[in-house]
Design a protein around this ligand. Structure first.
Ligand code: NAP
Length: 460
């Protein structure tokens, strides 16, 4: 892990360094979180639902501050930062409105007595989050667990410490009890220590395979429940009958939103022969019209990557792939700027033994594959270690739904690119992880489904 530092990737200037958490700070967070868990166990979730609605209002009030901080720390377009804050407001409102009902006991049909299960809080949840959506990733875990009554300790990515602190401040300003969300600047060793603490009952990580494997191992060793939202190499399948206007509109940002740094970005564009040339030229049109510049500027459509290190890593990955035979169909012209810019590119001819074939490229690189037919498209889509999201572009929606059931991913969008909304479950299979965030499934991730049965009602 690097140091906790805010470095503006547009200027590559260091803005601020943050010291790591001390042992005393960690102990204080665990003590306060545990105390709050016991307080919350005695309260109705409806009380927290009101507070969560106030948290949504607090984010509305600080919408611009939060968005500016995120853009400054990881370089995303300011307008996309504003969209991210709005999405988080929706998530808080969704759980404020629906969470209490979701937590009602579920009756069970049995002849053995009067039976139901409660959905109870379990304790402190540790959330390890990535920089790519600095607020959304936090709120996906925080909002449902707040309603459930599980306090959250946050370990955010090293490059968005200011966003982590600001999120906690906005939540506290809304009147949420202290320890509802506690941000700690932890080292990897300290993460293991927190996970092994008896007061912590679950771990949610969103990030890469590398981070996921390490944190899941610590959770497993300590018998703690975990959810892993990891990387993706999402197939975007274009069938013969794809509607041209739909295709054009979806391709316009399927690979470039958030600078291409989206886990569910359409990374592998899989096209049937008859549409291959058209898709390549459509993508070239999108990529070549991007406007690099200051992410705060409304006219900019190509922001820097989140850090110079990330831009260098992506370049090294691509260079290796090209050395192994991938062809560069298009590359954006040189960008004369000191920021962490990466020249977007379109790659073709990626063979199965190319290192890129089964690697996630986390930035504006489209990998385009030509296949002979629909079956070959499905086979290629499933020939991956990852299984997060997928897309199918077709005019025959019923057929698209049938094909969706044949794809080994956690999510499929028909006639669109990736999507997220509070009411839709988010997550994957294979090396993309396990568990779901958002929707009712996300709310249940860390509850105790506590069976209660009165056997004096035994009807047998
Ligand atoms: P990352 O390096 O795995 O980091 C994610 C978080 O885990 C950070 O807080 C990081 O801390 C921490 N971490 C990393 N290695 C660790 C280790 N060995 N032990 C303990 N903690 C560790 O991921 P990233 O590169 O920041 O994020 C991009 C990845 O996230 C991509 O693969 C993307 O696809 C994935 N992602 C998945 C989803 C999803 O919902 N499935 C959503 C968004 C992003 P430091 O920053 O201090 O290293």
């Amino acid at each position: 892990m690097s140091k906790y530092e805010s470095i503006n990737p547009y200027t590559n200037q260091l803005i601020k360094t943050y010291p790591n958490a001390t042992d005393d700070e960690i102990e204080d967070a665990l003590t306060a979180g545990h105390k709050l868990y016991f307080t919350w166990r005695k309260q109705e979730p409806s009380m927290r639902a009101k507070q969560l609605a106030d948290i949504a209002k607090s984010f509305k009030k600080h919408r611009e501050d939060m968005a500016k901080m995120m853009t400054m720390e990881m370089g995303k377009l300011y307008k996309e930062s504003l969209e991210e804050v709005d999405l988080c407001i929706n998530i808080c409102e969704y759980y404020a409105k629906n969470g209490v009902k979701m937590l009602e006991p579920t009756h069970l049909d049995t002849e053995l007595g009067d039976a139901y299960y409660l959905k109870q809080a379990t304790g402190i949840i540790m959330a390890c989050e990535p920089w790519n959506f600095p607020l959304y990733q936090v709120i996906r875990v925080f909002a449902p667990n707040f309603i459930v009554g599980n306090p959250v300790i946050l370990k955010h990515a090293h490059n968005v410490p200011g966003s982590a602190q600001l999120a906690q401040k906005i939540i506290e300003e809304a009147g949420a009890p202290q320890a509802s969300l506690t941000n700690l600047f932890l080292s990897y060793d300290q993460i293991d220590k927190v996970i092994s603490d008896m007061r912590v009952q679950g771990v949610a990580l969103t990030g890469s395979e590398r981070g996921g494997a390490s944190v899941a191992q610590a959770a497993g060793k300590n018998i703690k429940k975990s959810t892993m939202e990891l990387g993706g190499n999402d197939p975007f399948i274009i069938l013969d009958d794809a509607d041209t206007n739909t295709l054009r509109s979806v391709l316009s940002d399927a690979r470039t939103y958030n600078g291409g740094q989206v886990c569910t970005s359409s990374k592998r564009i899989i096209v049937v022969e008859s549409r291959y040339e058209e898709v390549l030229h459509e993508l070239q049109n999108v990529f070549s019209n991007l406007k690099p510049g200051d992410p705060m500027d409304e006219a900019t459509t190509l922001p820097p990557m989140n850090s110079q290190k990330a831009a260098d890593k992506l370049k090294a990955q691509v260079d290796k792939g090209v050395e192994a035979g991938a062809k560069v169909f298009y590359q954006f012209p040189e960008i004369e700027h000191d920021g962490a810019f990466f020249r977007p590119m379109i790659l073709t001819d990626i063979s199965e033994n190319n290192p890129l074939f089964d690697e996630e490229l986390f930035g504006p690189v489209a990998q385009v594959y030509k296949v002979k037919d629909e079956q070959a498209a499905i086979d290629l889509a499933n020939n991956s270690s990852f299984g997060l999201g997928s897309s199918i572009i077709t005019s025959d929606v019923k057929h698209g739904q049938q094909l969706a059931s044949e794809i080994e991913t956690g999510m499929t969008v028909i006639n669109g690119r990736w999507i997220t909304a509070p009411e839709l479950p988010f997550g994957g299979v294979k090396k993309s992880g396990y568990g779901r965030e958002l929707s009712e499934l996300g709310l249940m991730a860390f509850v105790n489904e506590h069976l209660v049965i009165d056997v004096s009602q035994n009807k047998k």
